[in-house]
Design a protein around this ligand. Structure first.
Ligand SMILES: NC(=O)c1ccc[n+]([C@@H]2O[C@H](COP(=O)([O-])OP(=O)(O)OC[C@H]3O[C@@H](n4cnc5c(N)ncnc54)[C@H](O)[C@@H]3O)[C@@H](O)[C@H]2O)c1
Ligand SMILES: [Zn+2]
Ligand SMILES: [Zn+2]
Length: 370
């Protein structure tokens, strides 16, 4: 079939919306008509080259839609089902999946390759050239073909525009606080960078029963949004936040500092450790440029205060468990999804959407295909 997709041909070039050829789903694969796609910073990192990926690539790894056709052997979804894509596939069988770490599924090894995990060939083509898929999803397209391992079935009444955010931003942010940060009732928390990820780290801290939640972002609109979603304090800069955190925590500093700024910066880790208390944790969720190899920090803090620096992928959550967990939390009125969407774009407006992301105008922008 023919469909339309936003393609990155070269690092540093804009997304190009073009008509492509899409093959039918093969064994274990699913054809989905997109309803909505979220615009996460990680696609921008592919565009800047900070996150290397096979090119040309169809962008987008947050997405939700309706199943149109399934290949042989697909059992968990059928035509008509509402699905959201997990940006990490989860096979349910590998050691990571069966030990409760679906975010580290062995199929993730194929992420930067971007072709189908079943046989390493492409279903998407432009004038005969094979196209890779961002995170094996490619949601900046009217239709896509993905592996069943990428599809999480939602209840039929789930509105797909808000549901698409569950595939990355919501679970990644919430899990960075709850799972990777290990926040417990009464803990004090700092969230650095209030985008689609950080705002959900604030929501995770609220869910976990944090006492003080300090949100740091240079953009005033982001600080306002953080307060509206449950932050108790805000600051414009990590160093500015030091006294605020010290005074709010009786000098004990934060239990967890979640790093969710646009592009990770090794030089900021020392400041994040200063905001962290004894046995506290700095959680690195931001993607750092692949070429960056240095991180500034005092290892003295690690041995003498037992501070920790940990990384977190997909909020250290399991797509098959936690996407539905957070959907149910939303249905129960305990997690806000609708207010996360600041602006909606047509597929043709994808570059304008990313300009708004760079300009700090959106918590999340989505491409609305309806
Ligand atoms: N680890 C994972 O699984 C995972 C998943 C998705 C996204 N990410 C990464 O998380 C990061 C955040 O993604 P997003 O979509 O929320 O990005 P975003 O651009 O929407 O939001 C980032 C925010 O950080 C703020 N910021 C920039 N520099 C800052 C600084 N020095 N101090 C404080 N705030 C600062 C920006 O103003 C912006 O509001 C990105 O690096 C993204 O690639 C990681
Ligand atoms: Zn993402
Ligand atoms: Zn697996």
């Amino acid at each position: 079939m023919r469909t339309r997709a936003a393609i990155l041909h070269e690092v540093g070039k804009p997304w190009s919306v073009e008509e492509i050829d899409l093959d039918p789903p093969q064994r274990g694969e699913v054809l989905v008509r997109l309803a909505a796609a979220g615009m996460c910073r990680s696609d921008e990192h592919v565009m800047t080259g900070d996150l290397p990926n096979r090119l040309p690539v169809i962008g987008g790894h947050e997405g939700a839609g309706i199943v149109e056709e399934v290949g042989e052997g697909v059992e968990s979804v059928r035509p008509g089902d509402h699905v959201v894509f997990g940006f990490i596939p989860s096979c349910g069988r590998c050691p990571s999946c069966v030990s409760g770490h679906g975010n580290l599924c062995d199929l993730g090894a194929h992420l930067a390759d971007g072709f189908q995990v079943s046989d390493h060939t492409a279903r998407h083509h432009l004038h005969g050239e094979d196209l890779a898929l961002m995170c094996l999803v490619g949601s900046f397209a009217e239709h896509t073909v993905v592996n069943e391992a990428t599809c999480i079935k939602l209840p039929p009444d789930a509105p797909l525009d808000v549901a698409c955010l569950l595939g990355c931003g919501v679970v990644t942010g919430w899990g960075s606080a709850v799972y990777a940060g290990g926040i417990r009732p009464g803990d004090d928390v700092v969230v650095v960078g209030v985008g689609g990820i950080g705002i959900n780290a604030v929501q995770g801290a609220v869910s976990a029963g944090a006492r003080h939640i300090v949100a740091i972002d240079p953009v005033a609109f982001k600080r306002e949004q953080a307060l509206a979603f449950g932050a108790t304090h805000v600051a414009a800069d990590l160093d500015d936040a030091f006294e605020l955190v010290r005074d709010a925590t009786e000098g004990r500093m934060a239990k967890a500092v979640i790093m969710s700024l646009s592009t990770g910066r090794g030089d900021l880790v020392a400041s994040a450790l200063k905001l962290t208390g004894k046995r506290g944790r700095v959680v690195i969720t931001s993607i750092h440029p692949v070429a960056e190899t240095e991180v500034a920090m005092s290892a003295w803090d690690l041995s003498l205060m037992e501070k920790q620096v940990v990384g977190s992928l997909f909020g250290s959550a399991s797509p098959r468990v936690d996407i539905l967990r957070l959907w149910n939390l939303h249905r129960a009125g305990q997690l806000r999804l609708d207010d996360l969407i600041t602006r909606r774009y047509r597929l043709d407006e994808v570059n304008a959407g990313y300009q708004d992301l760079r300009d700090g105008r959106n918590l999340r922008g989505i491409i609305d295909f309806t």
